[in-house]
Design a protein around this ligand. Structure first.
Ligand code: 9MR
Length: 486
């Protein structure tokens, strides 16, 4: 494995991104201080970090040690952000360039600055096929296994107690192929697909207090095959007790490419019992289109209690890895862009986030809700449990609600034998209607609803379950559902 300055896929996945001109400068920098930990109740905060903190979240930026001699860069970081991710400094090629010889100088520079400002620090990243020093590629399977564990132990050990969340494994899933296909790498080739689980187990032992995240791009669309693969892995990890606390949605997007189900996607991951973090946000574009896209992403996070923070992948367009797309919140002169104001306003509009998010969450129950208004709390009582023993059964549960709408998760469970294909039916009691559905295929309309499996979740082992979800118009309801299997 040679050292590659860019992800193998980094260019291709942005093909089609519209390259637009830098947005005009939108006013001078504000003067509010960054870590205004407490903003008077009801007052709008003047910086991203302080605004995010009002709802219990962080707003971070990727920082490059090499730019820390730019005083405007550091001043903007300090003023606006209350979290940081080292952009390249904690990667394997930077921290262990030759086997067993560790180097932390650049990463330490970022960490000590962040600590002096009381910022949260995200560790990025321990196991990744890219930016891997060439010596790793030459190892035998057993050597690679011990090198991976040793790398995790040393890097996490060096920063023990200082890191809020680690991207333990980065970008392990393939972009094409069937649901669950991993990208071919030295790790899959020599250790098999179990390398992800091995890495997470080693990471928990190395720093039990850090949140452990799986991080990837192109998992922003709730129904995409790649998203389904990551979702299934996390569900499996939670079911088997493999330590995992969070999923990182990188969200390298363009103005026209924020999926319409982006919020549902965050909600479906959160319902597995993990935190969701937007870890590498940048949105190519300019002006109001870019601002709208940033607003939608921000609102999607603040609407889900377990979406605990957002990190933008850089501060200024000038230093962005995709600078030509002008994807960040500050232009090349550190002026705030229209997108900045959209994000700040959306953060200020968020209601306080009171949901606890323990490091290790043993349960897989859906998270409670915070809707962006003063709606009554949702009815979380599931529909009556249907008789088991037939081919399958289905239970509807309300996971979120707001005036005029709600969100539900439907659990489809196989009886005493496996099912291969399922159909769930129910009748709405008072005119509700589905507005958006994921992980299933709806047929018909009106008050009688029929949902069949999606192409990838029709097979359920005996006694196991799968879920689909939807948002609907009307008042929250949990009618009895029936399930049949061909
Ligand atoms: O922004 C990073 C850039 O400076 C590096 O050259 C590049 C090398 O692979 O990595 C960039 O960051 C990547 C991140 O670590 C993982 N997700 C994709 C990011 C953009 O390529």
């Amino acid at each position: 494995m040679g050292e590659n300055p860019l992800p193998a896929d980094g260019g291709r996945r942005l093909v089609g991104t519209r390259r637009l001109l830098v947005a005009g400068a939108l006013g001078v920098l504000g003067t509010a201080t960054a870590l205004a930990a407490s903003v008077p109740a009801g007052a709008a905060a003047g910086t991203l970090g302080a605004a995010a903190a009002q709802s219990g979240r962080y707003y971070g930026a990727a920082i490059a040690a090499g730019h820390m001699n730019d005083s405007t860069y550091v001043a903007t970081w300090d003023r606006e952000f209350n979290a940081v991710t080292p952009e390249n400094e904690m990667k394997w090629d930077a921290t262990e360039p030759s086997r067993g010889s560790f180097r932390f100088t650049s990463a330490d520079q970022i960490v000590s600055h962040a600590q002096s400002k009381g910022m949260k620090i995200r560790g990025h990243t321990l196991v990744w096929h890219n930016q891997l020093p060439s010596w790793v590629g030459g190892l035998s399977a057993s050597d690679l296994r011990s090198a991976m564990t040793n790398h995790i132990n040393n890097v996490m050990g060096h920063y023990k107690g200082k890191i809020y969340a680690w991207d333990v494994v980065n970008e392990a899933f393939a972009d094409g192929g069937a649901v669950g296909t991993l990208r071919s790498s030295v790790f899959t080739q020599k250790l098999g697909n179990g390398f992800i689980e091995e890495a997470f187990r080693a990471a928990r032992a190395a720093d039990p207090n850090a949140k452990l995240c799986y991080n990837d791009y192109n998992i922003d669309d709730a129904n995409a095959n790649k998203t389904r693969g990551v979702y299934n892995m996390i569900k499996d990890f939670k079911a088997r007790g493999v330590p995992i606390d969070c999923v990182g949605l990188q969200s390298h997007l363009s103005s026209g490419s924020v999926p319409s189900n982006y919020q549902q996607n965050i909600a479906q991951f959160a319902a597995l019992g993990v935190d969701v973090q937007i870890t590498e946000l940048d949105i190519g574009g300019s002006g109001s289109a870019q601002a709208d896209a940033y607003r939608r992403v921000t609102q999607a996070c603040t609407a889900v209690p377990r979406c605990t923070g957002i990190t933008v992948w850089g501060i200024t367009d000038k230093y962005s890895w995709r600078s030509g797309d002008t994807p960040l919140l500050f232009d090349g002169n550190f002026n705030k862009k229209q997108a900045y104001t959209a994000v700040l306003d959306a953060l200020n509009a968020a209601t306080p986030n009171t949901s606890p998010s323990p490091t290790t969450s043993p349960n897989t129950s859906p998270s409670p809700t915070t809707s962006p208004n003063t709606s009554p709390s949702p009815n979380t009582s599931p529909s009556p449990t249907p008789p088991v023993g037939g081919a399958c059964s289905a239970t509807i549960e309300t996971t979120n609600s707001w005036p005029g709408g709600f969100q539900s998760t439907v659990t489809v469970r196989a009886g005493s034998s496996a099912v291969n294909g399922w159909t769930v039916k129910w009748t709405w009691p008072s005119g509700q209607s589905i507005s958006s559905l994921w992980n299933g295929t709806q047929s018909g309309s009106g008050s009688s609803v029929t949902v069949s499996n999606a192409p990838y979740n029709g097979s359920i082992a005996a006694g196991s379950s799968t879920t689909f979800g939807f948002t609907a118009n009307g008042s929250a309801a949990t009618p009895t559902a029936t399930c049949t299997s061909p």
